[in-house]
Design a protein around this ligand. Sequence first.
Ligand SMILES: Cc1ncc(COP(=O)(O)O)c(C=O)c1O
Length: 413
Amino acid sequence: MTKAVADLNHRLDLPSDQDSTGRSLGQEEMQLLREVIERGHLNSTRGTMVERLEKEFAASLDVKYAYACASGTAAIHTAIAAINPDPGDEIITSPITDMGAITPILYQGAIPVFAEVDPRSWNVTAESIEACLSARTRAIVVTHLFGNPCDMDPILDLAERREIPVIEDCAQAYCAEDRGRLAGTMGAIGCFSLQQGKHMTAGEGGLVVTRNDQLARRLFLFINKAWGYGDPQPDHYFLALNYRLTELQGAVAVAQLKKLRPMVEQRITAASQLTAHLKGVRGIEAPGVRPESVHTFWKYCLRVDDKVISGGAATLASRLKKMNISSAPRYIQKPAFMCELFQKQRTFGHSHYPFNLARPEVLHYDREHFPMTFEALEHILVLPWNERYTEEHVERLAQGIRTAVGESVGGVG
Ligand SMILES: Cc1ncc(COP(=O)(O)O)c(C=O)c1O
């Protein structure tokens, strides 16, 4: 045990993705930002940085098309708009995800239909998706939660048989892999976020990728008010928004992309060190990674057994807080469908649109229909994670966790 670990009375200051301690922003970003400023053109339609980002991001995933957009939410919105559902069509998604992955479905007039999650990975599965399919299903959105990829083969099989496109939400899953394939390249469209806390960041921003020519055209147009840039007789072809990224964000993202691989590797290394340190600690379970997949640890998420640790994840979190170790029990607090948006159907004026078009059975938002989802959130403890965690940080973090667990189970740890 190092001296630092022995001395845990000193509060633990871990690098944070909310400031420079846990972000890798430096001269490379400065240099490209300078180029943009000196050029004086900050808008992407005639700039070079966003275009460069799109080319380099597409190449990094070996896909034909990548388009940058304003946020991860905008990326999901753009993907849904590319699929072009009719009002009241259904899009299957996860109840454990960011709200930015769900509201775009409603904005496009479609109904989010929630699939149950797997009790081990908290991801949706082919089985839970199949239970949600109907004649109105127009797409499936899978979230690779915390960087842990969904088990894609059975999902892709199912989707292919029914000719339903799969949208991969990779906001938390840069460089994650399932059976040798990168997250974002397996479905029809992949969506990414460049928000402050993601694997790579420009503060805000997003990216959509595809190999499909028709979808690519609609993705591009939706980001650009459906204006046919470059066409002989351009027009606004359909209802769409301005979801463009600026050149300033593009510059930062180009520099970040160059560092993405090493940043991801460091997250994985630190995570495997923590998993090793926590082996045998009663009452907590390290993230389950399927052997054929690569989890890239947007966050490190423990499962806390409240039969062993009295008070469960919440008590463990407050003990960790005393050591200055932050953690988030329950991740999103409640399943997405328990938020007022769904419970009160607060959408457009007093219309309840598009919920007023939904089949009643897809609006059953209770524990009876989603036992695993409720159970999962009650046992989740999310530890912040980033590429600046060193071996010593991890050692001290592990020691803090063992101490907190020990206090809860009477000397174990
Ligand atoms: C899984 C998932 N999807 C979508 C989003 C939305 O991304 P953004 O915050 O960039 O709009 C997030 C962001 O936190 C996310 O984690």
